[in-house]
Design a protein around this ligand. Structure first.
Ligand code: PMP
Length: 391
């Protein structure tokens, strides 16, 4: 059997990982500034995470949600403590799309309404509602198309107010990434998030913060929306939650009441998934990784701003993006091939940095040196080819 060929892949076979580093099967060492797509929060193969999962494996890995699973309550308590949102309720699932799917469904159950407001360049996942709320026609199948989702321009306060004025009584939810990831690291203004909060309260709609990529400590606070001093009604999470173990979840504000059978999943909240998530939170707490994300993120951002050729350096904490001019469009490819550094991208010309929250200053310095080398190399070869052309 062949694999269903949907991913444009690099010809690299990663066989080993530790902290912010990975190794291929030929022994080449790579610096991971991409965190395996923002998934690696506490560093690859963290010993505490390995130990916790290993211990659990010898007890029980899975039993269905039809029995008591005390470790789910333990996880909820720890999440409340680390996030500061103790009064919220937790529903566990397996991925970011599933978290958003459940959040939007819950908002509709709660309000009895159908309209969801999403924003230009949003990415919320690939399942039915999540993909319908994703602003990329190429990944929306005909069966996913629905009039229930309305796209408004990101950060456009006037357009949002106008929409609520005319249709506010039909809106079940507004869903937004406080920092768009796939869309190219675009930061929502604090004021925009506050206006969403106020309009949702005024019209009885549900404010959903999609924190799948920007949340879980990545920006230096637990949720990126925390920077604006607003509280969402539902927060969705996944990527960093299990440090590679597939886990997703949603925080649900106390005024949204549960009913048996309203939501459900076979795998969500399994023993093994909970232990992986608990291990992540324990490390975030003990090693003060949110503080590290804040400090190292500021350092990285400031150093990038010193580099002449990069444009529009933006983001927060360890979620950073910048544009590269056309002459440097090969920079990511060369960084990977010659300097062995993984970075992320957003089309057409954004480089996305999403390293582990545990990254160290010397690793950032190594990245910056390698980036400068690649930029210099591209510029020198462009100069040489210009000279040849002039001859
Ligand atoms: N929301 C956001 C903001 C994301 O970045 C992603 C994944 N890139 C998702 C949702 C979907 O997550 P998953 O791939 O785990 O379904």
């Amino acid at each position: 059997m062949k694999l269903f060929d949907v991913y444009p892949i690099n010809n690299i076979n990663i066989v080993k990982a530790e902290g912010s580093w990975v190794w291929d099967n030929k022994g080449t060492k790579y610096l991971d500034m991409y965190g395996g797509h923002a998934v690696i929060s506490i560093g690859h193969i963290h010993p505490h995470w390995v130990k916790r999962i290993e211990e659990q494996l010898h007890k029980i890995a899975f039993y269905s949600n039809s029995v008591e699973i005390p470790i789910q309550k333990e996880l909820a308590a720890k999440l409340g403590e680390v996030s500061g949102k103790k009064e919220y309720q937790l529903f566990l699932c397996n991925s970011g799309a599933e978290a958003n799917e459940n959040a939007m469904k819950l908002a509709s159950f709660h309000t009895g309404r159908k309209k969801i407001v999403a924003f230009s360049k949003a990415f919320h996942g690939r399942t039915s509602l999540a993909v319908a709320a994703t602003d990329n026609k190429n990944i929306v199948a005909p069966v996913n198309e629905t009039d229930n989702i309305v796209f408004l321009p990101f950060n456009d306060e006037q357009a949002l107010k106008e929409y609520f004025k005319n249709h506010g009584d039909k809106v079940a939810a507004v869903i937004i990434e406080a920092i768009q990831g796939v869309g190219g690291i675009t930061v929502a203004t604090d004021n925009f998030l506050r206006i969403i909060r106020n309009l949702c309260t005024e019209y009885g709609a549900v404010f959903i913060a999609d924190e799948v990529q920007c949340g879980y400590g990545r920006t230096g606070k637990f949720f990126a929306a925390d920077w604006a001093g607003v509280e969402a009604d539902i927060y969705t999470m996944a990527k960093g939650m299990g440090n590679g173990f597939p886990v997703g979840g949603i925080f649900i504000a106390p005024h949204i009441k549960p009913k048996h059978g309203m939501l459900g999943t076979t795998f969500g909240g399994a023993h093994l998934a909970c232990v992986a998530s608990l291990a992540v939170l324990e490390v975030i707490d003990k090693e003060e990784l949110m503080q590290n994300a804040d400090e190292q993120g500021k350092y990285l951002m400031n150093m990038l701003k010193e580099m002449e050729s990069l444009q529009n350096i933006r983001g927060k904490g360890l979620m950073i993006g910048f544009d590269v001019p056309d002459e440097l469009k090969e920079v990511r490819k060369i960084l990977l091939k010659e300097q062995h550094v993984f970075t992320g991208e957003a089309k057409p010309s954004v480089v996305r940095l999403l390293p582990a929250l545990s990254i160290k200053k010397n690793e950032i310095d190594e990245f910056l040196n390698k980036l400068q080398l690649v930029i210099d190399e591209i510029k020198t070869s462009a100069l040489i080819s210009d000279l040849h052309n002039a001859e």
